[in-house]
Write a protein that binds this ligand. Structure first.
Ligand code: NAP
Ligand code: ZN
Ligand code: ZN
Length: 348
């Protein structure tokens, strides 16, 4: 039988989130029902509620950083049992048959496209609703296991912020002997610092100011520089192998490309709502690469969770009750987050 769960939803673009209920589908043969315990607040949730990326589906229950416990499994589920600690990230389905899906790159599915955890339409033709809720039903192939060493609250943000930074850092070769700059130290950026450090790279944070310098160094950065200081751009020219931009607003990428070595790569994961313009001289000089990256596949998400558990870290979080979601949105927009808001789902 389908069930009803408490949730927080925006009922129209840019409107505040309010308590409501949504229906979850009956637990199918291959589904697991998850008792949501924690849900991280990603800046993408704000872009989508604001319709900053184009037309969206309302009412919208955001949330794609979900950590919880399995409370029921379908008759053919083999990977999970009741009581397992699990996570769900940004996607709940994809075509499963295209080359990308078969290669574990479900986020780049060329068949149906990946089906988002919210603001998407599921296989049943109904809108998907995300993790700002107390329960969710997900096909077991899109569920990952949270290792014992990680508590669920600090694990939740890994499901988007963690994988979104881990995947490109791995793909572009962050590791010993590599100089990595992390641009923007918010939810994604602070995890990028921890992950790049754990991978063995020399890490520099490029932040708007030095306000969060002590935190950056504590999280594993070797250097911390302010982008408001013009000297940063003069002194660091030609320094980095990789710059990972996690900035949510449009930037002058040309200025940052100059900070790369020959053959260096600026990998962008931030998704500002407006296009940027680029001085192409900054790319052709030094044969530089500008690249993008979208979350990560399911197997890689599991790999990332195991990596974080092995290295003993989750996210730095501020745990909030659900009635503070709207205030948290405002603080994220003001770059006032240290470093991820996580909703205690019991308060929904
Ligand atoms: P966040 O917590 O708000 O962090 C963004 C950081 O960017 C801020 O903390 C700030 O860092 C910096 N920043 C903000 N406005 C800026 C400006 N005008 N100029 C320069 N720097 C600025 O956001 P998040 O949750 O980490 O997400 C970051 C972006 O990634 C969002 O656009 C989000 O939609 C996107 N995203 C993409 C993917 C993907 O798959 N590619 C996945 C998740 C999220 P400082 O205070 O250190 O300067
Ligand atoms: Zn996200
Ligand atoms: Zn596919």
């Amino acid at each position: 039988m389908a069930s009803t769960t408490n949730a927080y939803a925006a009922h129209a673009p840019k409107s505040p989130l309010e308590r409501t209920t949504v229906e979850r589908r009956e637990v199918g043969e291959f589904d697991v029902l998850i008792d949501v315990r924690y849900a991280g607040i990603c800046h993408s949730d704000i872009h989508q509620v604001d319709e900053g990326w184009g037309e969206a589906i309302f009412p919208m229950v955001p949330g794609h950083e979900i950590a919880g416990v399995v409370s029921e499994v379908g008759s053919s589920v083999t990977g999970f049992r009741v009581g397992d600690r699990v996570g769900v990230g940004c996607m709940v389905d994809s075509c499963r048959t295209c080359d990308n899906c078969k290669a574990g790159l479900e986020q780049y599915c060329t068949g149906s496209g990946m089906i988002g955890t919210y603001n998407a339409v599921g296989r049943d033709g109904k809108p998907t609703y995300g993790g700002y809720s107390q329960a969710i039903v997900v096909d077991e192939n899109y569920v990952v296991r949270i290792p014992d060493g990680l508590s669920l609250d600090v694990a939740a943000p890994l499901l988007c912020a963690g994988i979104t930074t881990y995947s490109p850092l791995r793909h572009f070769g962050a590791g010993p002997g590599k100089k990595v700059a992390v641009l923007g130290m918010g939810g994604l950026g602070h995890l990028a610092v921890k992950i790049a450090h754990a991978l063995g790279a020399e890490v520099t944070v490029l932040s708007q100011s030095l306000r969060k310098k002590d935190d950056g160094l504590r999280l594993g950065a070797d250097h911390y520089r302010a982008t408001s200081d013009p000297k940063t751009f003069e002194e660091l020219e030609g320094t980095f192998d990789i710059i990972l931009s996690t900035v949510s607003a449009p930037l002058d990428f040309g200025a940052y490309l100059k900070l790369l070595k020959t053959d260096g790569a600026l990998v962008n994961v931030g998704l500002p709502e407006e296009p940027i313009s680029l001085d192409l001289f900054s790319v052709i000089n030094g044969r530089r690469t500008i690249a993008g990256s979208l979350i990560g596949g399911i197997a890689e998400t599991q790999e990332m969770l195991d990596f974080c558990a092995e290295h003993g870290f989750g996210a730095e979080i501020e745990l909030i009750p659900a009635d503070r979601i709207n205030e948290a949105f405002k603080r994220i927009l003001a770059s006032d987050v240290r470093y991820r808001f996580v909703i205690d789902a019991s308060t929904i």
